[in-house]
Write a protein that binds this ligand. Structure first.
Ligand code: NGF
Length: 294
């Protein structure tokens, strides 16, 4: 399971000038991260706007990324969708193109019971031989993963971990205690990567990593070497940047503009996610400059 430990970029969506998904741009972005040397990519999650894309579009992007970085980066395909049927279709496809693992939020929109979420996830798990990572993000799904359900699912060999996007490092630690030694906690909130590592996370999946992967790799390295004060120092720097990023009309729009300034055009976010108004461009340039000079 060591291949799942480290810094995973929750990759931004990639669209062309017409707003269509762009496999070419996705390849270029994936290549950029492979050259930097991150551990892997998390595709079509919140940052990747998977929920705003069709099943077909999601397949196209995953396939393109696999063509570019298969064997170089560990690729986790988020296949979560409202319908179990779509999730299963995406899972079967993910396995066919060589993804390393799949991950899914609970079904969204309908208020699904705990039993329903269990059945939903189980259908996904059973549809391939890929490792499965639960995605716990109650702020967007409205579903709070219980310790009972986590414990039940974690007993299966294929269920290798949970991506936890809540502010509670207590919950993270509890999930680790229940999941056990070989169960991986993927830290979700980028603002507390160090805190998550201290409390049991062994990997991080984050959206803001995409504009400052080196800083998150630095945090990881300091932590691994036991230099906690230094890791904290870098986390504080990172948090200054995140505070500015989330103040824009959309975090994803801001990240995409920063990537564009670095020569990687990924288009603008899909509606209803707000693009960044031109009046904010100078602030984005200043932020990009700040990140590059840390
Ligand atoms: O984007 C969100 C929404 N959270 C991400 C991450 O936990 C999930 C987090 O990195 C993610 O990136 C994905 O599924 O693609 C935030 O962007 C970051 O902590 C800034 O607040 O909660």
């Amino acid at each position: 399971l060591n291949k799942f430990k480290g810094v995973f970029i929750a990759m931004n969506s990639c669209y062309d000038e017409q707003g269509e998904v762009s496999p070419e741009r996705a390849k270029k972005l994936a290549r950029h991260y492979a050259d930097i040397g991150v551990k892997g990519l998390y595709l079509a999650g919140s940052t990747g706007e998977g929920m705003l894309q069709s099943v077909e579009e999601r397949k196209q992007i995953l396939q393109a990324v696999m063509e570019e970085v298969r064997g170089e980066l560990i690729v986790i395909a988020h296949i979560g969708a409202a319908s179990t049927r779509d999730c299963v279709e995406l899972t079967v496809h993910a396995e066919s193109v060589g993804a390393d693992a799949i991950s899914a939020v609970p079904s969204i929109y309908y208020r699904i019971s705990e039993k329903g979420v269990e059945e939903h996830w189980q259908a996904i798990i059973d549809s391939s031989s890929l490792p499965f990572i639960m995605y716990h993000i109650p702020a967007t799904t409205g579903f709070h993963l219980s310790k009972d359900l986590l414990g039940k699912l974690a007993k299966q060999d294929k269920v290798i971990g949970v991506k936890i996007t809540t502010d509670s490092t207590y919950e993270l630690q509890q999930f680790k205690r229940i999941g056990g030694e070989d169960f991986i906690l993927f830290n979700g909130p980028d603002e507390q990567y160090v805190a998550g590592l201290i409390m049991g996370a062994e990997a991080g999946i984050g959206g803001t990593y995409g504009v400052m992967p080196e800083l998150f790799m630095k945090i990881e390295q300091c932590f691994a070497e036991g230099k906690i004060a230094e890791a904290q120092h870098w986390q504080i720097k990172v948090n200054e940047i995140i505070t500015e990023l989330v103040a824009f009309p959309s975090l994803y729009g801001a990240s995409k503009l920063i990537l564009k300034l670095r020569g990687i055009d990924t288009g603008i976010p899909r509606m209803p996610i707000s693009p960044i108004p031109e009046s904010d461009y100078s602030k984005i340039e200043a932020l990009n400059h700040k990140i590059l000079h840390y």
